[in-house]
Design a binder for this molecule. Structure first.
Ligand SMILES: *Cc1c(COP(=O)(O)O)cnc(C)c1O
Length: 344
């Protein structure tokens, strides 16, 4: 598949992949240690993890498909929706977009329709509506969006869902919903053509365990489930997910750290005179201009890794900085200020 798998950066402060810089809850590690020999030797039981996930999200367990990371949900949606007989199904993405959407559409042989961004990177509703045709089978949207951190208004999402031809699906990626003010989840019951994707990689810090889910009405979920293997989550992911969900305190603490870190990044941008986008996710997109690449490289030499997003549509001169544990953000920002002030 044609996605960008970054080289391992080595020792240092990883603020380039929006990972949880605080680590998972200690309860997750305890749950992993408690896994028994027969739990390992039997095929995993999804029941308890699905029930915990359903309760967390306030939906019926039948409305949830657990996935091996949200990436598998994206892959399954592309697989299920775009292979339709002899015709090439079309999938719409709104740029700048998480690169897995295009990678999965291309991998299954679908036709990618990429909607270019407006200058302010705000969700271009009219452009997306104009891109919908009778050949549209799938629309990938992300709210809050990666890499902008900007959320899409629920009314805009409804407008897209209502404009889709029969049989097409809106896949709404809510990987960062834990850090956002809102979610579409409460409205998903009204839309048999919308599924919402969630992950335990970001807010819960389970990126290496690979645990996510797709949520929606059974008729929509069943479409996605068609191409998900029956045991794609292993017992560690399932037990880890359950334990992570139970530890509300750890989740609350981390989300509060993220909120405080975002404010610190905004303040730093203010001091440096840099443009930034107000984020509802655990990262901030900052426009550094021509100094973006040298900044990313200079930080890497100091063991601080941030992401160069300069080549993303609409993101010329931009870097994306993960906002995690406040102490980590402070280390990063003082390095950023040092490098940029030195360069002047
Ligand atoms: C990180 C991320 C994912 C992938 O989540 P996993 O559960 O790690 O597969 C999906 N969508 C977006 C927008 C992301 O940033």
């Amino acid at each position: 598949m044609d996605y960008e798998k970054l080289p391992e950066p080595g020792e240092g402060l990883r603020l380039h992949l929006n990972e949880n810089t605080g680590g998972c809850s200690p309860a997750v590690i305890e749950a992993l240690r408690a896994i028994t020999a027969s739990q390992v030797s039997f095929y995993p039981d999804y029941g308890a993890a699905t029930a915990a996930c359903a309760e967390l999200l306030g939906v019926d367990p039948a409305w949830i498909a657990l996935t091996n990371g949200l990436d598998e949900g994206i892959w399954a949606a592309a697989n299920s929706c775009l292979r339709v007989g002899d015709t090439l199904g079309e999938a719409i993405i709104s740029e700048p977009a998480f690169d897995m959407y295009a990678a999965c559409v291309n991998a299954v042989g679908g036709r990618l329709v990429a909607v270019p961004p407006c200058a302010d990177l705000v969700f271009p509703l009219e452009r997306v509506l104009a891109a919908i045709t009778p050949r549209t089978r799938l629309v990938f949207l992300c709210s809050p969006n990666n890499p902008t951190g900007l959320a899409i208004a629920n009314d805009d999402l409804e407008a897209v869902a209502l404009a889709l031809p029969a049989g097409a699906l809106l896949f709404l990626d809510e990987a960062y919903a834990d850090f956002a003010r809102g979610s579409f989840l409460a409205r998903v019951a009204d839309f048999p053509n919308v599924v919402v994707g969630r992950t335990f990689a970001k807010a819960y810090g389970l990126a290496a365990l690979r645990a996510g889910c797709v949520v929606g009405r059974p008729e929509a979920i069943d479409i996605v489930r068609r191409t998900i293997p029956p045991y794609s989550l292993n017992v560690c992911a399932l037990e880890g997910m359950r334990a992570a969900i139970v530890d509300r305190g750890h989740h609350r603490w981390y989300c509060a750290q993220v909120a405080e870190s975002r404010e610190l990044i905004y303040e730093s941008c203010g001091r440096l005179g840099l443009e930034w986008w107000p984020s509802e996710a655990n990262f901030v997109l900052v426009r550094v201009g021509a100094r973006a690449r040298p900044l990313v490289q200079a930080l890497a030499r100091r063991g601080v890794f941030i992401r160069d997003r300069t080549t993303e549509p609409g993101c010329d001169g931009c870097v994306r900085i993960t906002a995690g544990v406040v102490q980590h953000t402070r280390v990063c920002l003082s390095a950023v200020e040092e490098v940029l002030c030195e360069a002047q």
